[in-house]
Design a protein around this ligand. Structure first.
Ligand code: AMP
Length: 592
């Protein structure tokens, strides 16, 4: 080497640190992590290389679950105690759920997109002694501050004794030495000791999952041990036709019932190979799902109609870059799928060879009740087809009489099934009233449907005030409660309107307290307020200011009219019970 070149190399002292933006999304995100890996590779090469070589095996999962359940026992938790889990989509989330199940603790998973106020409500309702969370989760290259949200939520919850924090995103978080415990340290200290599984009664509660209903507060749907698991295992096997060599991928977050039953319990009970992912379908680029399918040779793919509509919008160029040849079965869940989206899924992703299972079910039903069986049932785009064996479903009129083919009515289930919810946590009366009182002895789904001449079910949407945004369930009254908690809002009424991508979007009619005037700034502030109170998924598409809201003579807000105004801009039909017809005229004119 020429001597001046050598000289300049010897003098070179410029340093380029990785850009924070890059590190944030990198697999190895810090020098500390690099050093930890180096140390592990030296001290325990077997473990290091095994970690690099494997996907998680069932044996490892069992040992992690056994160890973590011992950690839970050592904290003094007793059978029946509630544990809130608020974590990203990482294997430790599954470990936490199964560890609770192993020693009889009732878990309640909260979707990572919910805000601290939403956690607070669920904490108070469940009176959980323990919260399991992580410092953060990853979403589109940014950290979701899970621990911060928990810190805020537990401020007024003295009954929470401990918060276990998984170190995941590794940013600095506030640490309360009285309550906070580090997951990794607890596991390290625990060593290899595994708690014995506790024998439970078939009817002991397995979990509580909060979901939206018609009141301002979410309800805690309670599922029990044996019946839920039988249904979860059986339906997963029948509907997804699971085989030993399948690689199954459900894109749902475990914070929803789909994740509980068809990411965790039903799939693991079948011993299947399942794929979990953290993040978003369009990050780092819009072909992410198809890349994952090719990379891991996914054979069964289960996602939502909203995701499919987004793929269509993003263009065929993305899936066309991939072979997708490993796929043999496709599924959808969470909301009605429009036939065009179904056809696109069938052609573009399924290459016209994969059956599509359009699965109808609810948080309350625990598992799928209406779905094609892929080797047996001819499918029709947009129909969930037929009830599964053991399910007696019907479409009835207001009096509960069965309706003839092609007449729309209420979807009901006439016989019990093993995975049905057993109660609403702490409110058995509400359970009886909500699900069993419309037609005594018959389960009320809250959905409207029709059955065609072949007996196929077509779900038409909700009969109540539940709104489905991107397949996520929200209660009108929950969003209304969030809005009226803003000091400028006197009253509000929230309705769902059709949305091209999300299925439904949220429109909020708002009256202001005297002295406050409508403005664009206030609209933005109110939208943000809803996000802070509930989470980004509840953000209204539109805020419409009104001088008054249309009410019946008995004072009930007439949402049907508001829904029509919001989606069609006018009202048709009967308005004879309206207290003041001029209110409606004023609302129809008020544009966003
Ligand atoms: P969730 O409890 O959040 O899963 O919401 C259940 C509701 O989602 C049901 O009552 C339906 O309104 C809707 N839903 C779920 N799956 C389907 C489907 N395959 N087709 C139509 N609607 C569905």
């Amino acid at each position: 080497m020429a001597s001046d070149a050598l000289d300049s190399l010897l003098k070179e002292n410029r340093v380029f640190k990785p850009r924070q933006e890059f590190s944030k999304q990198a697999t190895i995100a810090s020098l500390e992590e690099y050093e930890r890996l180096c140390e592990l590779s030296q001290k325990n090469p077997d473990r290091f290389w095994t970690e690099q070589a494997d996907a998680l095996t069932y044996a490892e999962l069992k040992s992690e679950v056994g160890r973590f359940s011992n950690v839970l026992k050592n904290l003094g938790l007793q059978k029946g105690d509630r544990v809130i889990i608020y974590m990203p989509m990482v294997p430790e989330l599954v470990v936490a759920m199964l560890a609770c199940a192993r020693v009889g603790l009732i878990h309640s998973v909260i979707f990572g997109g919910f805000s601290s106020t939403a956690i607070e409500d669920r904490l108070h309702d469940s009176q959980a002694k323990l919260v399991i969370t992580a410092d953060g989760g990853w979403r589109r290259g940014k950290i979701v501050p899970l621990k911060d949200n928990v810190d805020f939520a537990i401020q007024k919850a003295p009954f929470v004794q401990h918060v276990i924090v998984l170190q995941r995103t590794k940013q600095k978080v506030h640490w309360n030495p009285q309550k906070d415990l580090c997951w990794q340290e607890l596991m390290e200290k625990n060593g290899s000791v595994e708690a014995e599984p506790l024998a439970l009664d078939s009817e002991d509660p397995l979990f509580i999952l909060y979901t939206s209903g018609t009141t301002g507060k979410p309800k805690g749907v309670v599922h029990t041990t044996a019946g839920y698991l039988v249904w979860a295992k059986m339906t997963a096997q029948w509907i997804f036709d699971l085989k030993d060599n399948d690689v199954y991928w459900c894109t749902a977050d475990i914070g929803w019932i789909t994740g509980h039953t068809y990411v965790v319990y039903g799939i693991l009970a079948n011993g299947a190979t399942t794929l979990m992912y953290e993040g978003a379908p369009d990050f780092p680029e819009k072909g992410r799902f198809w890349e994952i399918i090719d990379k891991y040779k996914v054979s069964i793919f289960y996602t939502s109609p909203t995701a499919i509509r987004a793929f269509i919008q993003w263009g065929n160029g993305h899936p066309e870059k991939y072979s997708l040849e490993s796929l043999r079965l496709l599924g959808t869940v969470g909301e009605p799928i429009n036939p065009e989206a179904w056809m696109w899924y069938h052609k573009m992703i399924g290459k016209e060879k994969c059956p599509i299972v359009d699965t109808w079910w609810q948080t309350e039903t625990g598992g799928v009740l209406i779905s094609p069986l892929p080797g047996a049932t001819p499918t029709k785009p947009g129909s969930g087809t037929l009830p599964l064996p053991g399910i007696v479903a019907d479409v009835v009129d207001r009096e509960g009489h069965s309706l003839p083919a092609n007449k729309g009515g209420f979807l009901v289930i006439k016989k019990p099934w093993p995975a049905m919810l057993r109660t609403i946590y702490g409110d058995h009366e509400r359970y009886k009233q909500q699900y069993w009182s419309t037609f005594p002895g018959i389960y009320w789904t809250g959905d409207e449907a029709r059955r065609d001449e072949d007996g196929y079910f077509w779900i038409m949407g909700r009969a109540d005030d539940v709104i489905k945004v991107s397949g996520h369930r929200l209660g009108s009254s929950e969003i209304e409660s969030a809005l009226v908690s803003h000091p400028f809002v006197a009253e509000s009424a929230v309705v769902g309107i059709p949305h091209e991508l999300k299925g439904q979007g949220v429109v909020a009619f708002v009256t202001l307290v005297s002295g406050q005037a409508p403005s664009e700034t206030l609209k933005d502030e109110l939208k943000k307020h809803v996000v802070t109170q509930i989470g980004a998924l509840a953000r209204p598409e539109q805020i419409r200011f009104a001088k008054q809201l249309p009410k019946t003579r008995s004072g009930k807000i007439m949402r049907r009219l508001l829904r029509q105004i919001a989606s069609e801009g006018k009202i048709t039909g009967d308005t004879t019970t309206l207290e003041d017809i001029s209110v409606v005229a004023a609302l129809s004119q008020d544009e966003e």
